[in-house]
Structures are given as C-alpha cells and as structure tokens.
Write a protein that binds this ligand. Structure first.
Ligand code: GRF
Length: 193
C-alpha cells in the first residue's frame, strides 16, 4: 500500500477533500493508496478532529516545543517516516521547510498554493491579486523544491476576480477549486509512483 501523509496547520479542508476523494474513488483498490496519517504543527486544530473522525492516525509536532528549526524538522521527519510515505502532501501547512527536509522527500512531496504560480508566492495571495488588478486568481498544485512556492506545476485552476471582491470572498472561491484539483493531482501522481 502506498501511504500518503498529509501535513496541516489548521482547518484542513484540503486534507478533508483528499480523504473524501480517496474514499469515494476507492484509492485503496484502484491506486493501492491510502491516507495513512495527518500531522499538524499546531495542537487542537480542526483538521486534527476531522482526521480523527475519519479514523486516520494523527500526530502533533508543535514547532513551539523545539529550540531550533533543525530540531523541529528532525522530529517532524521522524513522525512522517514512521508511516513510510510514498507521498507527502502539504495542505495548508504554514511552516517553511529547510532544504534538508525537502531533499529527504525529493520526488514525493507536493503542495497546494492559493495563487496562479509563479504569480504571488508567499502570503496574502488573494489581497495581492486584488491589489494588482488581476482579473483571474486561482490555485496551484506543485512539487516542492527548496525554494518556497516554486517547483514544477502539476495542476492549476483559475477563478474570476469579481468587482468589489474581498480577500475573504476570493479565498472561498479559490478554495472550492483547491478541493477539486488537489485530490485529482495526487491521484494522477500516485499512478506514476
Ligand atoms: C489553502 O488555501 C491552501 O492553499 C493554503 O492555506 C489554505 C489552507 O486551507 N496554503 P485548509 O487548511 O486546507 O482548509
């Protein structure tokens, strides 16, 4: 079985979309894959409860408990590697990863970012797209490389930016697309692993 480990920091709606797709599309039977674990760097977040309700193993590696980024990364890698993942999916995971961490998972680590990369890497993507006068916004699933929000693009979806849009309204519109493209991109990738 190809194990998928998902890293989250909060609500975990992308994680939940992946879990739902894996069940609905019978990834275990069709792709020989399953979501083996959900790991959060923040305790008590909604995504952990959602995963537990779905019967998925969870863990918390709280970055605040570690004196250095290197120690946090080591603990996180230890927790991830306990599940021997074929694929590591970042889903709203809000920590910058070190080059050593990324190198450890080369070829099997992906992320979803709420912009049409290479436009707007980093934070506050929706407000920045509105401020720039963009007519389209969207989301990108990409392979993770050492450079933040870069790496080969696997899937994208675009949505219109409407007159009077707020960052919140745009984020919600983009998020519905994220929930479609992330599971689809992972399923495609799993077929190649
Ligand atoms: C998503 O917009 C994701 O692209 C971004 O953070 C948000 C996380 O949402 N990196 P959720 O935790 O998956 O609900």
């Amino acid at each position: 079985m190809k194990n998928i480990v998902i890293l989250i920091s909060g609500t975990g709606s992308n994680m939940a979309a992946i879990v739902r797709a894996a069940g609905r599309q019978q990834w275990a039977e069709r792709l020989g894959a399953r979501v083996a674990a959900v790991i959060s760097n923040r305790p008590g977040v909604q995504g952990l409860r959602t995963a537990q309700q779905a019967g998925i193993a969870t863990a918390v590696i709280d970055h605040k408990s570690f004196a250095s980024r290197a120690e946090f990364d080591a603990a996180l890698m230890h927790a991830i590697d306990a599940h021997q993942p074929a694929l590591l999916a970042l889903a709203g995971f809000m920590r910058v990863l070190t080059p050593g961490f990324v190198a450890h998972y080369t070829g099997r680590i992906v992320n979803i970012h709420p912009s049409l990369l290479p436009a707007f890497p980093g934070l506050h993507t929706h407000q920045r797209a509105i401020d720039a006068g963009c007519k389209l916004a969207g989301a990108t699933v990409h392979r993770v490389t050492a450079e933040l929000d870069h790496g080969p693009i696997l899937a994208q979806a675009a949505v219109p930016i409407l007159p009077g849009d707020t960052a919140g309204a745009l984020a919600a519109r983009v998020l519905t697309q994220e929930h479609l493209i992330y599971p689809r991109a992972l399923a495609q990738l799993l077929q190649t692993l």
